[in-house]
Design a protein around this ligand. Structure first.
Ligand SMILES: *[C@@H]1O[C@H](CO)[C@@H](O)[C@H](O)[C@H]1NC(C)=O
Ligand SMILES: *[C@@H]1O[C@H](CO)[C@@H](O)[C@H](O)[C@H]1NC(C)=O
Length: 358
């Protein structure tokens, strides 16, 4: 063993950069998950030659994990992701140079594919493809409530706690729909059924438009206003045997970022895809130049996506003993208390009791 090696071993831990969430006046960072259970972070403002600032190894199964959905909690410096091979949802707390990873939820999940965090009311929404369900989870206590059942082929969810709507894409071909409901799962509305093979959904909070990808052979990114107006095809890759669909998608400020197939990461203007930036230095290749990465979920970590606004539950969780879930804004009160699965709401409509203990 050379002295150089020992020297590097001593010095490297102090040299590695560690992830710090960007400030509002800084550009967003992009986090992309890999099947081999890692997360790569890069700064897209470095341009097409941007390199990986940090690679974080993630918890999960021994033989890889299908980490497909990812969101963040800006206030607490946390990233959440789901793994549908392990049927678990995890969190990673960015804590100075340390990363504290833990399982948030594992019971009652089968194929957790979509995930979205409500940063105002501290609720994590999860969609389960095989159970055909949308769940809500308190990421701190692990309390879980099944919110909506019987949603076939549910792929992804998005949440806007400022307007009080939860969005999702589900179904395939004739049954494909883009829907919304209030955050308590009530007041369901079809926004559009003009889609066929939806995969991932991303909300542009600034312009109140939803963007989603559609799989092969459509290979398309579409967008629509949250009110169902203004359906647009934003991007379509040339169809053909060798073409790859845009799969996972995230939006931040003026840009769309997506994984084309599982190999490449691209960016383009959200209004008009004329010029596409490909981040080649974030990709990994073997000695013969063959791509070795298998990218999964992608996320723009951007504080401007999580602006503070009115908490519909006030500062005391609406008086609810467990979940406080906002409902139509014009209701009084504008929320409903709800209980974790296995518990029931008492007659006061605020407290939960465990039916097994009665
Ligand atoms: C990126 O790197 C290539 C090759 O090193 C170089 O030719 C090109 O000018 C760089 N582009 C930018 C925008 O820095
Ligand atoms: C609880 O909610 C139910 C259903 O909305 C309602 O009928 C009942 O009056 C409520 N109870 C109280 C104490 O407010």
């Amino acid at each position: 063993m050379s002295t150089l090696f020992i020297f590097l071993w001593m010095i490297l831990p102090f040299c590695t950069e560690s992830l710090v969430f960007p400030r509002q006046d800084e550009s967003p960072l992009i986090a992309v998950l890999g099947f081999d259970r890692f997360m790569n972070i890069f700064d897209p403002s470095d341009g097409p030659n941007a390199t990986v600032l940090e690679r974080i190894n993630l918890m999960g199964g021994d033989w890889g994990g299908a980490s497909c959905s990812i969101d963040f909690n800006y206030r607490d410096n946390v990233i959440y992701w789901s793994d549908y091979y392990e049927s678990k949802v995890y969190s990673l707390k960015v804590n100075g140079g340390d990363y504290e990873q833990r399982v948030i939820l594992e019971d009652g999940l089968d194929f957790p594919e979509g995930l979205a965090y409500d940063w105002i009311h501290n609720n994590l929404y999860i969609s389960d493809f095989r159970r055909h369900e949308i769940l809500v989870v308190n990421p701190d206590t692990g309390d879980k409530r099944t919110l909506i059942t019987g949603v076939p082929d549910i792929r992804d969810v998005e949440v806007d706690p400022r307007t009080g709507w939860l969005y999702w894409i589900s179904g395939w071909e004739d049954t494909a729909v883009l829907m919304k409901s209030t955050l308590d799962g009530q007041n369901q509305v079809v926004i559009s059924s003009d889609l066929a093979m939806p995969k991932t959904l991303s909300l542009d909070y600034d312009e109140q438009r939803l963007y989603w990808t559609e799989m092969s052979p459509l290979n398309i990114i579409k967008s629509i206003g949250v009110d169902g107006e203004g359906l647009t095809t934003v991007y379509q890759t040339v169809s053909g045997r060798l073409s790859t669909p845009p799969k996972y998608l995230t939006i931040s400020r003026e840009y769309l970022y997506w994984n084309q197939g599982h190999e490449t990461i691209r960016r383009a203007d959200k209004h008009q895809v004329t010029e596409i930036t490909r981040y080649r230095n974030v990709e990994e290749r073997d000695a013969r130049g063959k791509p070795t990465n298998m990218f999964m979920g992608i996320l723009a970590i951007d504080p401007r996506k999580q602006m503070e606004s009115e908490n519909f539950c006030g500062n005391n969780n609406g008086g609810c003993s467990h979940f406080c879930l906002p409902t139509l804004i014009q209701s009084t009160p504008p929320y409903n208390c709800a209980c974790p699965d296995g518990m029931n709401l008492m007659d006061d409509n605020y407290s939960c009791f465990d039916e097994r203990q009665m």
